[in-house]
Design a protein. Structure first.
Lengths: 190, 194
């Protein structure tokens, strides 16, 4: 495709990028949230953030897909911190507003297909953030440790060490209690 | 019937199309802002974050570095939010910087919240946070906008050996660091809430 920077200023270039990545982004989100409406909001937010920050992409720092995963991870982790009400109030495009009843069934199917990934994510809750970030990308999203390092802006050796530590910690601990990933319930979705 | 994915594409393409005139008119001057964000309220500890060169004008709670190309980097390493705000405004960007306690956040009045159509680049910093030399910003693109930085809780967990600032943003739910460009005049003062 054309240079990634074009997606921030050329609607046609953006469409090519969107069609190539929409499913990847939806799966990425479905591995982390189990509410189809919140997933729709976050999907919209990931692409908005990509549009805003396309100018910052540097080919030497990873592939466009890897870069987009970095964007997606920031959006999802940001959502975990912010209250859902604030997220929606600030959103330029409300993803959930675009969702039809037919879409809900389809989005839920995708979310169901990723149930195992979310279970794994819950098991990572108590890991230090640095280790969790690497493990998420590698274990959940199937990204190589080297590319995960690029996405997170750390050295490959550091990523490997964190990965090793994270796996060791998970091996050493008992099975975790099942708790919600996000301690907030978006209005109208509970 | 159009699917969610089709509808979303249509809306996003509109967003891209609306951005185009503003981007075409932007000048060459660029600013680089990086937050090392060691804004632990209790202590102002300097953190080793690589700078991009140029003349260092201040090195206490914050530093502003200007490059020969006219780019800027701001590094926040302390507790003086007013000084950070002044440093940003010297680079040509109107700014409002608030440091809050853990669990606190700003409610903006009179609307209560910042209106979505007045919010420009909410994630511009988050996207660039993993870069040790900060995020790139073109000040000419943000005329008429205010950079709002709201930071609450403890943000001093930067790994100085790696110069990594991205992790600063991956905080627990009781901490927050938001960096947004908001249309000047569209929001009221910060009312601290919990």
């Amino acid at each position: 495709m054309a240079e990634l920077v074009e997606i921030g200023r050329d609607p046609d270039a953006f469409e090519v990028f969107y069609r190539e990545h929409i499913e990847k982004v939806q799966r990425f989100v479905a591995r982390r949230v189990d509410d189809p409406f919140l997933a729709a909001d976050l999907t919209a937010e990931v692409f908005l953030a990509a549009i805003d920050s396309a100018h910052s992409y540097r080919p030497g720092r990873g592939t466009p897909t890897g870069w987009l995963y970095g964007v997606a991870q920031n959006v999802v982790s940001s959502e975990r911190r912010r209250q859902a009400r604030e997220l929606r109030a600030n959103q330029r495009i409300s993803g959930r507003r675009l969702v039809t009843p037919d879409d809900v069934t389809r989005l839920e199917d995708r979310i169901d297909a990723e149930a195992g990934a979310r279970e794994l994510l819950r098991a990572m809750d108590e890991l230090p953030q640095g280790e969790r970030a690497v493990l998420e990308l590698v274990a959940l999203d199937g990204i190589s440790p080297q590319e995960a390092a690029q996405i997170l802006g750390i050295r490959a050796a550091t990523a490997r060490v964190r990965l090793h530590r994270a796996r060791a910690r998970l091996r050493d601990r008992r099975p975790p209690p099942v708790t919600p990933l996000v301690d907030i319930t978006p209005e109208g979705t509970s | 019937m159009k699917t969610f994915e089709d509808e979303l594409l249509t809306e996003l393409k509109t967003v891209v199309a609306e951005r185009t005139p503003a981007i075409k008119s932007r000048g060459r001057r660029r600013m680089v802002v990086g937050l090392a964000a060691a804004v632990t309220l209790a202590a102002a500890t300097a953190i080793a974050v690589p700078l991009i060169g140029g003349e260092k004008t201040t090195a206490a709670a914050y530093s502003v570095t200007r490059t020969p190309e006219g780019t800027f980097q701001l590094t926040i390493t302390g507790e003086d939010s007013a000084a950070v705000q002044r440093a940003l405004e010297k680079t040509g960007v109107k700014a409002e910087v608030k440091y809050l306690k853990a669990g606190e956040f700003c409610r903006r009045t009179p609307a209560g919240q910042i209106s979505p159509q007045h919010l420009l680049t909410r994630y511009w910093f988050l996207m660039n946070a993993a870069k040790p030399d900060g995020a790139e910003v073109d000040p000419t693109r943000f005329r008429g906008w205010t950079l709002i930085i709201e930071s609450s809780g403890e943000h001093g967990r930067v790994d100085p050996t790696e110069g990594q600032i991205g992790m600063v943003l991956r905080l627990g739910t009781k901490n927050a660091l938001s960096v947004d460009f908001v249309k000047t005049g569209s929001f009221g003062p910060c009312v601290v809430s919990r």
